[in-house]
Each structure stands twice: as C-alpha cells, then as structure tokens.
Design a protein around this ligand. Structure first.
Ligand code: UDP
Length: 330
C-alpha cells in the first residue's frame, strides 16, 4: 500500500475509522471524508498528526471532488442503525444511492478500484437460512427500514452497472452485524444499547420476545475480510460476517453475565420488519478470500466493554451526537 492513495467515506464512523487505521498501518495515504452526522472525529483524531492522513468534512450525497489521483475508494458513509433510519430517512436514502453514484463517477474519473459497503439487510426478513449470496431477499420497500435496504440494493445494482458498462473495478461486501470499539453508544443497536443500559444501571430493552437471532462479528475480523476482498478479483457480492448465531434473549444474558449488571429485562414492541433470523453463509468468503472470523464473542465482547467503560459520563448519558440533532424532524 506504500504510495497508494485511498479515499474512505464515512471515515469518522465505526467501520470507516477502523478502515482508516488499517490502511494507515499498511502504509497508504488516507483521504478521509465524513459529514459527521453520525460519525465522530474522536474516532480518527489520533491520525490527524500523520502527514499521510487528511480529512474532508463533506456530504458525499453531493458532488465529490478530491484533488490528485486515487487508487482505491472505500464507500462506508451511511447511517447504520434502524433508529437512525427512522430519524434521518432521506439522508439514508441519499447517501446509499446518490452518494454511491457520485463515488462511482469519481472512481471512473480517477481510474480507481471501488469497494462499496452493502449489507445483510439486502436479504430483508429472510426466507432462506443461512443467507448465501445467491438469495435475492425478502425486503419491504415501503417499510421504515426500506430506506436503508433499498438504497443498498440500488447501490449494488448501480455498482454492477458501472462494472459492466464502464469496466470499472468494483467490489461489494455484504456486511452482517458487526460490533467493537467506536460504536456509537446511543445509536440504538442492540449491543451498544445493552452495554449502555448495563453501565447506567437501567433495565435491558429486549424487543419482541427476544427469540429473533443475529450473528455478531468482531470488527477486526470484518476489516480483514474487507481488505482481502478489496485485494481480490471478486466482483460479485461477498458476505462477511460471523456465522455464530444467537438469540437476542441469550445475547442479553451474556452481556448481563459479562457486566455483572443487576438489571432486569424489559420487553418492548418488536420494530417493524425486524428480521426473525440472520446468519451469513460464508462459504464464498472462505473459498475465494481464504477468510473466516477468528475472534470469539467472549473475547470480542470483553474488548468492546473495555472501550465503553473508558468513555466519560457525558458520552454515557448523551442522547444524540451533536451534529445529529439538526437533521431530525420533530
Ligand atoms: N434489539 C433489542 N433491544 C434493543 C435494540 C435492538 O432487542 O435495545 C433487537 C432488535 O429488535 C433486533 C436485534 O436486537 O432484533 C438487532 O438489532 P440491531 O438494531 O442491533 O440491528 P439489526 O440487525 O436489526 O439491523
């Protein structure tokens, strides 16, 4: 990666910031971009002193200009939790669709290879289990999650069209539930929700009866899979995730045990179109990228808890990211 220039969008977010770290460690020059609605500069401030790192405060849903050449583009800008989709639905739709279009155009202009972050949400509430890449999905286009799911499905279609029509070098990763340090504590996703509740001494909010399943991948494993995909010649989408499936009720019990929380479980309504089960089939990633996850949940959860424990009181209790507020329609 020495001498290579990489644009990372969503760079101040959870996954984007870990990608910045990885590409910096590989010796690349990293151009980080984020509009900071859900991202936080705290996640990348340790990189600012390095002359190989630069940051642009920009919304990629509008025209993207980057001076100089680019070798790689990693498109990771997007709200990423169901609560965010409810609060900022239009931004979610725009960054997945218009943002992707702008970055594909930029990749074409620069002759860069582009990798776009897709999602297990393209499978919707799946009728096939586990989900392999050949499954077309079961998505409600007009439900509240549709703004994310359909934008990401459009993103995949647009990316394949640029590959087929313009010969662009494209990669598509379908990311399953991922966790680790730098998740936003108040983003509403299940892991930060439970850990935040444990640290504040509140009851755990389990949605529905907690029998729905998810399969959680530690962020370091995910980043390794993404890096391998970028370096491969695989154009079709590839699932990256950990197939270790667990019910949300069991997950709550694991976090209660880990944190010694003296809290109860309060059952709340299941969100609209909440998938009943989710587990990646990772045969393709194993065969084509020689990749499989290595970090067991017990180890990953411990590292994640250590991160959340060192946050200050203000982070623990704040309701929204400071840039988020002004985008929410009341
Ligand atoms: N969930 C929950 N309590 C919470 C937040 C989420 O029980 O406080 C459930 C949610 O209904 C879903 C699962 O945990 O079934 C994972 O939700 P998350 O928002 O983390 O991600 P998703 O996989 O649904 O995109």
């Amino acid at each position: 990666m020495k001498g290579k220039r990489v644009l990372i969008t969503g760079a101040a977010g959870f996954l984007g910031s870990h990608l910045c770290d990885r590409f910096m460690a590989e010796g690349a020059e990293v151009i980080a971009m984020d509009n900071l609605i859900t991202g936080d500069l705290k996640n990348i401030e340790h990189l600012f002193a390095d002359e190989r790192f630069s940051f642009y405060h920009h919304d990629v849903s509008t025209f993207v200009h980057v001076p100089g050449h680019l070798d790689y583009i990693m498109h990771f800008a997007s709200p990423a939790s169901p609560i965010d989709y409810l609060k900022i639905p239009i931004q979610t739709l725009k960054v997945g669709s218009l943002g992707t279009h702008n970055l594909l155009g930029l990749a074409k202009a620069k002759g860069a290879r582009i990798l776009v972050a897709s999602t297990s949400e393209v499978y919707g509430d799946p009728e096939e289990h586990p989900q392999s890449e050949s499954y077309w999905g079961n998505v409600n286009p007009i439900g509240p999650r549709g703004v994310y799911d359909e934008a990401k499905r459009f993103q995949e279609a647009m990316t394949m069209a640029y590959h087929r029509f313009h010969g662009l070098e494209t990669r598509i990763v379908r990311i399953f539930n991922t966790y680790g340090p730098r998740m936003r504590l108040n983003d509403g996703r299940v892991l930060p929700a439970f850990i935040g509740q444990a640290l504040r001494g509140e009851d755990f909010t389990v949605f529905g009866d907690g029998s729905q399943t998810r399969s959680f991948c530690y962020v370091d494993d995910l980043v390794e899979g993404i890096y391998r995909l970028l370096m491969s010649d695989v154009v079709e989408p590839v699932n990256i995730g950990n197939p270790d499936e667990i019910t949300i009720r069991e997950f709550a019990d694991e976090i209660i045990a880990l944190t010694d929380a003296k809290t109860k479980i309060s059952y709340e309504a299941l969100p609209h179109d909440d998938p009943k089960k989710r587990r990646p089939d990772i045969a393709k990633a194993k065969a084509l990228l020689d990749w499989k996850p290595k970090v067991h949940r017990s180890e990953g959860l411990r590292k994640t808890l250590d991160y959340f424990r060192q946050l200050d009181e203000e982070d623990l209790y704040k309701k929204e990211h400071k840039h988020f507020e002004k985008y929410i329609k009341r």
